[in-house]
Design a protein around this ligand. Structure first.
Ligand SMILES: Cc1ncc(COP(=O)(O)O)c(C=O)c1O
Length: 446
């Protein structure tokens, strides 16, 4: 069906064209959101470290363990069911990423998958070859590549604009040349929230004949991913950052997954993508991955219904509203429109509030007019208090945040804050509320 979803404008002028988030329905899906700490309602502003999970994910994981716990490829019911459950999760992630199911690789987490893939790519590299990384990235998209220095590969770094923590695209472009074999870049920064222009990075990499490896771990809870549109060679994400279980997922173009040689045990199949999955996987979590994607799809359907209810539905095709005839991919896209609308509201409130707090410094994009270029992930420092002191104080009041470098150690070093405790990171996702924004602002002001 023609994609009205893809073309819906996102500026605030045309907000009525964008489906709203059914926040009451959203929060009712997450049992943990009702927790209290010493009488304070828990505010989970720790999403960048890992999000909460909806009941559907919890049920899928426990249901698998209760009814189908087995290893794969056996000639009996629970094993056959396990094979089917894994295949369903591959299809779910294919809908999530806009690829084919056999381009989806499961692993324990993004870091492990990246070490595995970088080892395989590195087998073909040696002295004279270069890999380009960035100072904005999480170390999981740095150290696995730096490990190839032992083969004589030269590692280079694209710099950032210090004033707003965006990638210096000119510097990046100038460091790509005919010796560049891989450009590994994050889709969004887990520390300061910057969303990078990864489509341009992929194009620049390809023009030089290099592979483009995208770390979408931080971006995934905030925006829709379309690997075909990006044309990236690889993209990695972690389901525990977008409302699923603790697992990692790697997308690879089929031609690369077939041609590159993984380090693997002989008995493992050579089939794609299973040749990239070593040992027994976490089947119960894989069952949870399908439930996590289905949660997002359902969120999209709810957003569509709410949209219709408020009268904007007349502006779009009825099939977007009715589940029948709408694909899971389309409802996921609808969900992300609703998520982005809601997160924008939170981010705008947060930026305006942070600007009023004396002695507070925000690292990253601070202008409301540039919200399209950032996630609602805020890194701050406060005069006279360490990030750890702030995190402890907030934690005592039921507000969960992080302090430190969150493994974005190149960035904290580049900005000179590593030795002083890094940043306090306050991260919102779509289940957070404006009231929670106000609570954290009040606490920081006090
Ligand atoms: C941007 C980013 N990349 C990579 C990782 C590592 O992911 P994993 O824990 O799945 O290895 C993280 C984890 O925080 C992250 O935020």
């Amino acid at each position: 069906m023609p994609s009205m979803i893809n073309t819906a404008p996102e500026s605030s002028d045309t907000e009525r064209l964008i489906p709203p988030l059914d926040i009451a329905w959203v929060r009712s899906q997450f049992p943990s959101l009702t927790r209290a700490i010493d009488g304070h309602p828990a505010a989970f502003l720790d999403g960048p470290g890992g999000t909460q999970v909806p009941q559907g994910v919890i049920d899928a994981i426990s249901g698998y363990l209760r009814e189908n716990n087995a290893n794969t490829c056996g000639a009996y019911a629970t094993s056959c069911n396990t094979d089917r459950i894994i295949a369903e999760a591959r299809s779910a992630m294919a809908d999530f990423l806009a690829c084919d199911p056999d381009e989806v690789v499961f692993g324990p987490n993004m870091t492990t998958l990246t070490f595995g893939m970088s080892r395989a790519i590195g087998r073909e590299l040696g002295p004279g070859d270069e890999i380009l990384l960035t100072h904005l990235d999480h170390d999981a998209n740095i150290s696995p590549w730096r490990a190839l220095e032992e083969r004589g590969v030269k590692i280079r770094f694209a710099d950032i604009h210090e004033e707003d923590c965006t990638l210096d695209m000119e510097d990046l472009a100038s460091k790509i040349n005919s010796r560049t074999k891989v450009v590994a870049v994050g889709y969004a920064s887990n520390a300061v929230g910057t969303i990078n222009d990864v489509k341009t990075v992929v194009r620049l990499a390809h023009e030089a004949g290099a592979l483009a490896y995208i770390d979408a771990v931080h971006y995934a809870p905030h925006g829709p991913i379309d690997v075909r549109d990006l044309d990236c060679d690889f993209l990695v994400c972690s389901t525990y950052k977008f409302f699923g279980p603790h697992m990692g997922v790697l997308y690879g173009k089929r031609k690369h997954l077939a041609r590159l040689q993984p380090y693997k045990v002989r008995a493992n199949t050579n089939a794609v993508p299973q040749r990239w999955e070593w040992g027994t996987l976490n089947h119960e979590c894989i069952a949870g991955i399908t439930a996590c994607v289905d949660y997002l799809a359902e969120l999209g359907i709810h957003a569509g219904r709410l949209w219709e209810h408020v009268g904007a539905g007349a502006l779009t095709r009825p099939s977007l509203i009715a589940p029948s005839g709408t694909t899971r991919r389309e409802t996921i896209q609808l969900a992300y429109h609703a998520i982005r609308t809601h997160e924008r509201k939170l981010a705008e409130r947060m930026l305006k509030g942070l600007a009023q707090i004396p002695g507070l410094r925000l690292y990253g994009i601070g202008e409301v007019s540039r919200l399209d270029s950032r996630c609602p992930t805020f890194a701050v420092r406060m005069e006279g208090r360490t990030p750890l002191e702030l995190a402890i104080r907030l934690g005592e009041r039921g507000i969960f945040t992080w302090d430190g470098n969150y493994y974005a150690i190149n960035l904290t070093e580049r900005l000179g804050v590593e030795k002083d405790g890094g940043f306090l990171r306050i991260g919102f996702v779509h289940y957070n509320t404006e009231e929670e924004v106000d609570r954290v602002l009040d606490e920081l002001s006090g």
